[in-house]
Design a protein around this ligand. Structure first.
Ligand code: GLY
Length: 401
């Protein structure tokens, strides 16, 4: 991606935020012929996109066959083409893995949860397999002997999210997206009901459309609304989408010294409390915590202990591995935990592509394609996006009063 020293005076679209979502939207916009400027407060893809584990697991993450599930499943199904195109454009393989995921049960409550999942997913016509303890351990010998049963979701999988960032950055560069890193956007300027550009510490850029794609930082952006009487502010802040950071701590184990080539597990393996993700290079990731700690990305002793306990429950042999790394990231969570995708009715050229919470990597292909299409087609929206409109917060707030 081209790194520019100065902000251009104008662009067709300014994308605020350079994580996988901002990059995916920028790439699609540039593919559609738009002149795109992406502005990132730090380095591209260095926050939650980097901290994620890369699971593509709608059949684990969704709780019902609802609009969120439909979006997530469609995005998972878009991954093979997305990964192939990105590899062609960037030369970077994103290590798409479609081995499937396992969801383990260790007690009665877990078994009830598996039964509930099996019911709604089979009713929805989804492929899901019920495994006995014996079958689980035949597939994954390192899973604990305490396992009672499991579900296998054969269409779920994973991608190497840090390679995904690298591929998107290169693909954006190839498509002519301009990027300014280490530059914080303080405000989006709005005049006469239209977004007119962004204000940064390094200057102002005019734009025909603006996209808010800065994840956990989205609610820090101000709308600088000029009224006929002058002055700047936004009198509707109560009804704008609110995005808050939710910390997740992760552990990473080095490949086993005795057998560095053979994966610790082949599937992504979940329990209702934690997960293990095997990387192609032999590393094993273990996650995670769900903490409301503001913008604090510190690791804590309690967090590490919790992740390790849940990893051991899945596979006690993790104790034989060497911990090689640990990190924390900030998931962007909207008030109702669903993504925020689409335009504001009172500022129809200001688009949101944020609030992806636990599923930013999974939702990147479809968010990129659908939000870019909405912008390029001047507001025409896909039925898949209707439930995620930023307008839902306005409706909820008017019902509450
Ligand atoms: N998608 C998994 C997580 O947020 O931990």
């Amino acid at each position: 991606m081209r790194n520019v020293g100065e902000l251009p005076e104008s662009a067709d679209v300014v994308v605020v935020g350079g994580g996988v979502i901002g990059l995916a939207v920028a790439r699609e916009l540039a593919r559609g012929g738009a002149e795109v400027l992406l502005v990132e407060r730090g380095e591209a893809g260095a926050e939650s996109s980097w901290a994620a584990a890369g699971m593509l697991a709608p059949q684990v993450e969704a709780d019902a066959a609802d609009e969120f599930f439909r979006l997530a499943a469609a995005s998972r199904d878009a991954y093979p083409d997305f990964a192939r195109e990105l590899e062609e454009e960037s030369g970077v393989s994103v290590e798409l893995d479609q081995t499937g995921t396992l969801y383990l049960a260790f007690d009665e409550a877990d078994e009830a949860e598996c039964a509930r999942r099996f019911r709604w997913q089979t009713r929805a016509g989804l492929p899901v397999e019920r495994l006995t303890a014996h079958e689980v351990r035949a597939l994954e010998p390192r899973v604990s002997a305490r396992v009672r049963s499991a579900l296998r979701f054969p269409l779920d999988g994973q991608v190497e999210n840090r390679l995904l960032v690298a591929a998107l950055v290169k693909a954006c560069a190839r498509r002519g997206v301009r990027v300014v890193t280490r530059t914080e956007v303080g405000a989006i300027k709005v005049e006469a009901g239209r977004a007119t550009g962004v204000e940064t510490a390094r200057g102002t850029t005019r734009a025909s459309s603006v996209v808010v794609a800065c994840g956990a930082w989205s609610s820090r952006l101000r709308l600088d609304v000029s009224s006929a009487h002058g002055g700047g502010g936004d009198d509707k802040t109560q009804t704008r989408p609110r995005i808050e950071p939710v910390r997740g701590q992760m552990l990473c184990f080095a490949p086993a010294a005795s057998s560095p080539q053979s994966p610790f597990v082949r599937h992504v393996v979940y329990s209702p409390r934690g997960y293990l993700v095997p990387r192609r290079d032999g590393r094993l990731l273990a996650g995670t915590t769900t903490e409301h700690a503001g913008f604090d990305k510190s690791l804590t002793d309690a967090g590490r202990a919790r992740v390790l306990t849940h990893a051991r429950e899945i596979a006690p042999d993790v104790d034989a591995l060497v911990l090689s790394d640990a990190w924390a990231g900030l998931r962007p969570r909207g008030t109702d935990a669903w993504p925020v995708l689409g335009a504001l009715s009172d500022v129809p050229n200001l688009f949101y592509a944020t609030g992806h919470y636990r599923n930013g990597i999974l939702l990147a292909p479809l968010t990129g394609a659908l939000v870019a299409a909405m912008i390029l087609q001047r507001g025409a929206t896909s039925p898949l996006l209707e439930a995620f409109t930023p307008e839902r917060f306005r409706r909820a707030s008017s019902c509450a009063v």
